[in-house]
Design a protein around this ligand. Structure first.
Ligand code: VG1
Ligand code: CO
Length: 544
């Protein structure tokens, strides 16, 4: 084994998006591509000599290969120790928990989250800092800058592949590699937050649920926690074995891609509760019997019921949501008399608020919910939170939502995605909107008047950093909103996301289906932005 410095040159297109670097597997397989990015991460960091790095991924195709490369490079770059999940498996929230538990310097997570996997699918890599959360823009920008000027990388050549199937320590040059249980630290953390006794009693009473792990990373976590620790009957967890190609499915827990679970919850003899998680385990979808809970509502309901959960019994410091997420959580915060925050899309923007103790719960409309227990969104955590609430309230999911809307009003909400559209056309659509801010402001459409139009900009209240161009907002005087933004996680063309929201306190109207209740705004969005004209699409690819 010898330390080798390999000459290399920059590769284009490595700018990290909403959540790290995501590309087709074939791109990562190009000679020196992964090495370039990993060395750029290390080059952007300082003072890590002898420190601990956490490494793990969602088990998708190329996970194993990438981990061996990262181990050989971490050793050559002077890390003292790497903690790696058994078989290379760590869900994103578990990686965050391990970084915090072991006070590691940082972590490298290998995942393209909800994107498809397999040899023709996507791969991804992201760096998390010592608080367990995604690197802030300051660091991702520095990594990108390093990729543009990189000339060489360091690697231990001829190092044997580390056996990741066996728990325990081995040496790689001067560095120790410790293969750790992928689930244990995370499961202990969950047991410390929730009333497991009460949830066991719920299952013992005959309560039935299905958790769809979608052949992605949460399988082992859900099996251990739900079936072994909480005594949910065997078979509660579906598609529990992580597969390199997720069984050919799209590991994205929404109404379109988690249709197997949706069919069960809307079918005959449906169970009481359904949930699913994504490729890397940070997202969650919540279903009741024949009932879909929007992620925005889920955040609001969890906040309103937090006092039922041991970890949050003392109250919440504040609630943060991403800008496109509905204002339902703001209404709960107002009633609780605690601050609410509106951040740009992406979990990295919650890190400072959580570290400063200004918020306890955070959420995104994209099926992301989490708290100060880690610094990532956490799918299984959200499911356990719901179970704890259901165990305490002993009501159906639908009843809980009905009562919530009666108390706080209902924020009707939907997101329409136009995936894989032409990038130039998508940009022109956005530019067209930006050119209309002045003319739209004050204009009335039916009984709605536009109050404000802008391209969302955020000043971090903790460190004062400014993030501009975070999405076009059209805000109406009655609380309705249209939001347009382009995805930062897609790997083919552009994805246009249209977010639509309207508020209602009318109990009869609240029973409407969201697409019906929002029909006028959906039409208005097309009228204003020319979606059909620019994208050539008559319908969105995914509606949630
Ligand atoms: C999407 C979501 C965003 C989320 C991001 C990462 O980003 O909209 O809310 O934070 O994915 O999620 P975009 O830029 O495509 O809209 V994932 O589960 O990394 O974990
Ligand atoms: Co994810």
């Amino acid at each position: 084994m010898s330390l080798t410095v390999v000459a290399t040159r920059p590769i284009d297109g490595q700018k990290a998006g909403t959540s790290g670097l995501r590309k087709k597997v074939a791109v990562f397989q190009q000679a020196q591509y992964l090495e370039n990015f990993v060395q750029s991460i290390f080059n952007a960091l300082t003072d890590y000599q002898g420190q601990t790095l956490v490494v793990g991924g969602d088990g998708r195709y190329y996970n194993d290969t990438a981990i061996q490369t990262i181990l050989a490079m971490a050793a050559a770059n002077g890390f003292g120790r790497v903690l790696v999940g058994q078989n290379g498996i760590l869900s994103t929230p578990a990686a965050s928990a391990v970084i915090r538990h072991h006070k590691a310097f940082g972590g490298i997570i290998l995942s393209a989250s909800h994107n498809m996997g397999g040899v023709d699918g996507d791969f991804g890599i992201k760096y998390n800092i010592n608080n367990g959360g995604p690197a802030p823009e300051k660091i991702t920008d520095a990594i990108y800058a390093c990729t543009q000027v990189i000339e060489s990388y360091k690697i231990l050549s001829d190092s044997p592949a580390v056996d990741l199937s066996q728990l325990g320590s081995t040496q790689l040059g001067e560095m120790t590699v410790e293969v750790i249980d992928s689930v244990a630290i995370y499961a202990d953390l969950m047991a410390s937050l929730f009333d497991f006794e009460q949830i066991r009693a719920l299952f013992a009473s005959g309560f039935r649920m299905r958790f769809d792990a979608m052949h992605a990373v949460t399988g082992p976590y859900a099996k251990t926690i739900l079936e072994q620790q909480l005594n949910a009957p065997e078979g509660t967890v579906l598609n529990a074995t992580p597969l390199p190609d997720f069984g050919g499915g799209h590991p994205d827990p929404n109404l379109t891609y988690a249709h197997e679970l949706v069919d069960i919850l809307y079918g005959e003899d449906a169970p009481d509760f359904g949930a699913a998680s994504d490729g890397d385990g940070d997202r969650n979808m919540i279903l009741g019997r024949g009932f879909f809970v929007t992620p925005s509502d889920s955040l609001a309901v969890l906040a309103a019921n937090a006092q039922l959960v041991p970890a949050y019994q003392q109250g919440l410091a504040g609630i943060a949501r991403s800008m496109p997420t509905s204002a339902a959580a703001d209404r709960v915060a107002a009633k609780l008399g605690i601050p609410s925050f509106e951040t740009p899309t992406g979990w990295k923007f919650f890190g400072n608020l959580l570290d400063a103790g200004q918020v306890t719960l955070c959420g995104e409309e994209s099926f992301g919910t989490g708290s100060n227990h880690v610094r990532e969104k956490d799918g299984l955590w959200a499911v356990l939170f719901w179970l704890n609430v259901l165990a305490a309230r002993r009501q159906s999911v639908a009843d809980i939502l009905q009562q919530h809307w009666a108390e706080f009003g209902r924020n009707f909400y939907t997101r329409h995605d136009y995936e894989g559209v032409d990038s130039a056309a998508a940009k022109q659509l956005m530019d067209g909107l930006k050119g209309q801010f002045a003319s739209l402001t004050g204009q009335s459409f039916g009984n709605r008047t536009v109050q404000l139009c802008d391209d969302f900009s955020y000043t971090d209240p903790v460190d004062g950093s400014v993030s501009q161009g975070q999405g076009v907002r059209i805000l109406f005087a009655d609380g309705a909103r249209l939001v347009f933004r382009l995805s930062g996680t897609g790997t083919e063309g552009a994805t246009l996301r249209l977010y639509i929201e309207a508020f209602s306190t009318d109990s009869a109207q609240q029973q409407q289906d969201a697409q019906t209740a929002l029909a006028d705004l959906i039409q208005l969005a097309d009228q204003v932005a020319g979606i059909q004209r620019w994208t050539g699409r008559a319908e969105p690819s995914v509606i949630t």
